[in-house]
Write a protein that binds this ligand. Sequence first.
Ligand SMILES: [Cu+2]
Length: 642
Amino acid sequence: MVTRRRFLQQAGALGLLAGLERFAPAYAWAQSTSPAVFQPRQPGNVFDLTLRQEAYPFDGRNGSAITINGSVPGPLLRFREGETVTLRVHNQLDVDSSIHWHGLLVPNRMDGVPNVVFPGIKAGETFIYQYPIRQSGTYWYHSHTRFQEQSGLYGPIIIDPSEPDPVQHDREYVVMLSDWTFEDPERVMAHLKKQGDYYNFQQRTLGTFFHDIGKDGWQATIKNRLQWGGMRMSPADILDVTGYTYTYLMNGLGPVSNWNALFRPGEKVRLRFINGSAQTFFDVRIPGLKLTVVQADGQNVQPVEVDEFRIGVAETYDVIVEPREDKAYTIFAESMDRSGYAGGTLAPRLGMSSEIPKRRPRPLRSMADMGMFDMQGMGSMPGMDMGQQTAAKPGGADQMSGMEPKGQGAKMQAGQQGMEAMPGMDSGSGGMAGMDMGSGDHAAKAAGGKASTQADPAQTLPGDPPVKHTRDDVGVANQVSPMETKNRLDEPGVGLGQDGWRVLVYTDLRSPKPYHDQRKPGRDIELHLTGNMERFIWSIDGKKYSQAEPIPFHYGERLRLIMVNDTMMEHPMHLHGVFMVLENGHGEYGPLKHTIIVKPAERLSLLITADEPGRWAFHCHMLYHMEAGMFRVVEISDKQEA
Ligand SMILES: [Cu+2]
């Protein structure tokens, strides 16, 4: 157990301390009241941020990180709505850098994306960002240059509203989640390019193969393997970078260092969760406490009480908790693939700790993740003859051919083997047992629609019910396509929803007030998220960024952005410059998002008012997916042209 004092002593002994101020942020966040947060503010709302590559300890072990003012994460920036801020970014690295203000509505040239809005910040130079603050809420900032974000270049932003905050609380904390690797991120990428499942040690082994045979019989097991193997995918592909290389951090501290937050029993504590990871989705809960979600992506939502929520890369959620007992509570953020966790303690006194919850089994992909929605929940329906069931559905067998392999040469062959194995699918009762992620809950939904959501039943969600997959002829950069796609906004996501407690779903989110623009969209733009997992190519509409033209939006228009996920992984898609209103069944009360998780085989849509002219990045926020090509420029035309 490394206590904070020990940690400081160690760091000091190692000569890492340029001065105590380098630890101010992490220190400050461990204080019990919000006014103690570190604000490097100077007269005139000027902030100085200095970027350096240096030795930095993570969970008691030294890494080489990019620090901001000497710390990881960087300092908490606290702004007030209505003021104008000036941020002087001093790049003391020996390479180019940049900072992007994630979720902030800024003039285009202040957005900080190299080669999209500016050339980047050269080594040794200072760049001055200046912009008015036009919103409030919880946000964050990070480098948009290569893998610098993975190396530590990120930090939190809180913006206080100009009006009294409708969210009442007695104290508050930022809880910034992230993933750290002692490997050079360029090497991580090289490993992934060589072998997409390099870090995935949760693949089924020969041992589990024999276990499955014992359970399901030879035929079923082999058919199951052929289906997944033929598609060059594994049902254990949940995250591509895992706890094998990652140390998961809460406010820069690993589980051993145990970040502490204090409360007095009976207080309302606001926790501002930010997922500043490069590549990790977290499932967050505090056993023994209800979480009242009051804000998503910096925008207030109508309060909703849950026990757990999934936070995608780059999303933020503010929750209120009211611990009443004089005891320690564990803030538990488990990586989605269960390969590790970030943790901290919410306690009445410093130095307390509480039990780490039992780890749940690793989740597996389901048939639904391939767009076979009729088959989800099969594992929970013993005796069902898959072959007959499929044949009985109109177009059942045809639908299988939608699962076309997109590779060439050897990969094409492999894919065809997969297809041969699929059309019959007469694997009998246990055939799907290995993929029974579709829980009873899912099966009920498949049968009975969206009974569990509070959405207005009169509202039809775009992409619901399932539609046959379209526009899948996208070349080598796409491997397979789902048979059907549908809206999955009322599903908690892979591995969640079976624990007997309430998990936040996107259909729970409702804005407190209607968005200012309620025009009907003038046009739809449909984009497909595509990829070849084996070759670690990630793309949009089958094209990598380097092969693609900008997507034109017309200044002032209202449009519907439809995203279809052709891959078997979740992608947290982020659009810079404007908020998107999620079409989740709440009509004019649809929530505002800057980042949206698109589930495998999902079709969802968002409404956008194109009122910020300029070139804006639009990309997957999985850092390695973005760098592999899942990135586009959206160009909103000039005001003059409108
Ligand atoms: Cu992605």
